[in-house]
Write a protein that binds this ligand. Structure first.
Ligand SMILES: [Zn+2]
Length: 308
């Protein structure tokens, strides 16, 4: 489900929230979107404004004289994703953007929400981006919001140019945002951040810890989910970490899907890059998308394995 839908229900219970943070290549995301559409999965794609990775430019656009200029060609891909039933939302690195542009965070977020609205896309929420800027300052980017407080940082301020930015000083609600992905509620959290897939596992002492999967085993993941107290799942996958090439082991059964996704992309004049750096074969993504359909604790419908 999309995060907007999950936020409306107020919890992950009975749902698989499928989340894609788009850090580098929106073209690769388009391939992922086509493959998910075949599985009739809905997901939310979180788009990252420029300003991280030591650059004032990325797929989203570029910073010119303190203003974010959007890339119309890449934006067409976002519209295409919306047309396929996906949600577009913001990947939040706005504190760093505020320092780069000299403009306030509220003003920047509002400008993005307005720009998307004028161009036919409703923005409802955000997901925090794990930038090196945030790591250096020992914060999570969601801590700009008054609704997203972590005890260890309560009351802290972060140097922002000549000023100090007080954490938790901006109301998400005032900006018209209804959710932050990490604050909708508890969930069985699966992630490929950093290129390694992790999920929660109850250890011998009965305590939940983060399990780093050497080999991704969907059966084992489903078993861990069933043993966990969680009633729903949040899965974060970066298309940048996936292998969309025909020669990757694990993609043997997925070649038709890859070809059809690439054909669709080419028919629009886009050239999705081969995945690099990439860690996971696409066949795994398909089995992941298929696995909840067999799980009685996630009454998800309609999941259907692609056939043709
Ligand atoms: Zn990110």
């Amino acid at each position: 489900m999309t995060f907007r839908e999950i936020a409306q229900t107020g919890s992950f219970e009975g749902s698989l929230g499928l989340r894609h943070d788009v850090d580098h290549y929106i073209e690769r995301v388009y391939l992922m979107g086509r493959i998910e559409a075949d599985a009739e999965a809905r997901a939310t794609y979180f788009l990252l404004p420029p300003g991280d990775y030591d650059s004032n430019e990325n797929y989203y656009g570029r910073i010119v004289s303190g203003v974010v200029e959007h890339n119309p060609e890449k934006f067409a891909l976002a519209l295409e994703l919306v047309g396929m039933g996906y949600e577009i939302a913001l990947h939040n690195d706005f504190l760093q953007l505020s320092i780069r542009t000299g403009r306030s965070i509220s003003e920047l977020i509002k400008a993005e929400i307005d720009w998307f609205a004028e161009n036919g896309i409703q923005i409802s929420g955000s997901a925090s981006h794990g930038s090196s800027f945030a790591a250096r300052n020992k914060i999570s980017n969601y801590e700009i919001f008054s609704e997203c407080v972590r005890a260890q940082n309560a009351g802290r301020s972060i140097p922002a140019g000549k000023r100090q930015f007080p954490l938790n000083s901006i109301s998400m609600k005032d900006l018209g945002l209804v959710y932050e992905a990490y604050f909708i509620g508890k969930s069985f959290y699966v992630s490929d951040s950093g290129g390694a897939v992790t999920w929660p596992r109850i250890n011998a002492a009965g305590v939940e810890e983060t399990f780093h999967a050497e080999q991704v085993d969907c059966r084992a993941m489903a078993d861990d989910f069933n043993r966990s107290p969680h009633k729903g799942e949040q899965a974060l996958f970066h298309a940048d970490h996936w292998q969309f090439s025909e020669t990757q082991p694990g993609n043997e059964g997925s070649i038709d899907r890859l070809h059809s996704a690439r054909r669709m992309a080419h028919s629009h004049g886009w050239r999705p890059p081969r995945a690099r750096p990439a860690t996971l074969p696409m066949g795994y993504l398909e089995s992941l998308l298929g696995s909840p359909s067999a799980n009685p604790r996630i009454p998800l419908a309609p999941f259907r394995r692609h056939r043709n």
